[in-house]
Design a protein around this ligand. Structure first.
Ligand SMILES: C[S@@+](CC[C@H](N)C(=O)[O-])C[C@H]1O[C@@H](n2cnc3c(N)ncnc32)[C@H](O)[C@@H]1O
Length: 224
């Protein structure tokens, strides 16, 4: 991998990783794990919908915090597996940076051992309990259209649409729609108008909800 494709990370005063490429934090400055639960899990009606073979997909793997929050939720309710978690990431973070970021979330850190070991060895497919994880490296605009999978629930977690517009464009959101199973859903922390319109055009009925913390609104949707 060339230097260009690696994440460039700085640390703010609260020890939250910030992408210097996108000038945006990887997760909420307030409480990333609580934000994930509110936005991505509850926004997709999870853990209630988990069942054998359930498929989660994500745009923007980052630290893997969303993936670990999903594992915690899945195991907490004792849902039947397997669970599939596929995530797209253009700028993979170094294992040491991921470990440092997860240090802020003891609950997630406690179940991160096998993930961090695999990641440090360069493995991008690994098993965490009953959760099969695959991280597909490369720009999602090229990788997602080539993916042969479908998701029951999407976590749309690019950096803010103003700073990372390439992860929120109509063509990529159309590819999200194309890779969503009938009755599948998405959730995202943003309620930006152009994102909502892109998701409507991609075949979702989009709803605006109250957001987490200081974010007034977020969006969820179900495939028509
Ligand atoms: C807000 S962070 C994701 C945080 C992550 N879900 C977590 O749990 O830590 C956004 C991620 O999107 C990735 N990204 C930005 N542009 C991308 C692109 N065109 N294709 C794939 N990933 C991209 C960034 O590298 C970053 O890791």
């Amino acid at each position: 991998m060339t230097g260009d494709q690696r994440a460039e990370v700085a640390w703010n005063a609260q020890n939250v990783p910030v992408s210097t490429r996108f000038d945006d934090p990887y997760f909420s400055l307030e409480n990333g794990l609580a934000e994930t639960r509110c936005t991505f899990l509850a926004g997709n009606d999870l853990p209630a919908r988990f069942g054998p073979g359930f498929r989660v997909a994500e745009l923007g793997f980052g630290t893997g915090l969303n993936m670990l929050a999903t594992l915690l939720a899945f195991e907490a309710v004792g849902a039947a597996g397997p669970l599939h978690y596929t995530s797209f990431e253009a700028y993979p973070m170094a294992a040491g940076d991921i470990a440092r970021a997860l240090g802020a979330f003891p609950e997630a850190e406690a179940v991160a051992g096998a993930y961090l070991d695999a990641w440090a060895k360069g493995k991008r497919r690994f098993l965490l309990g009953e959760m099969h994880v695959e991280v597909i490296e490369g720009d999602a605009r090229g990788a997602l259209p080539r993916w042969d999978g479908l998701a029951d629930a999407w976590f749309l977690d690019g950096f803010s649409p103003a700073k990372n517009p390439e992860l929120w464009g109509p063509d990529l959101l159309a590819a999200v729609g194309d890779h969503t199973a009938p009755g599948g859903t998405f959730a995202t922390y943003t309620a930006a108008g152009f994102v909502r319109r892109g998701l409507e055009a991609a075949g979702f009925t989009v709803t605006r909800r109250a957001g987490f913390g200081r974010k007034r609104h977020m969006s969820t949707g179900i495939k028509r």
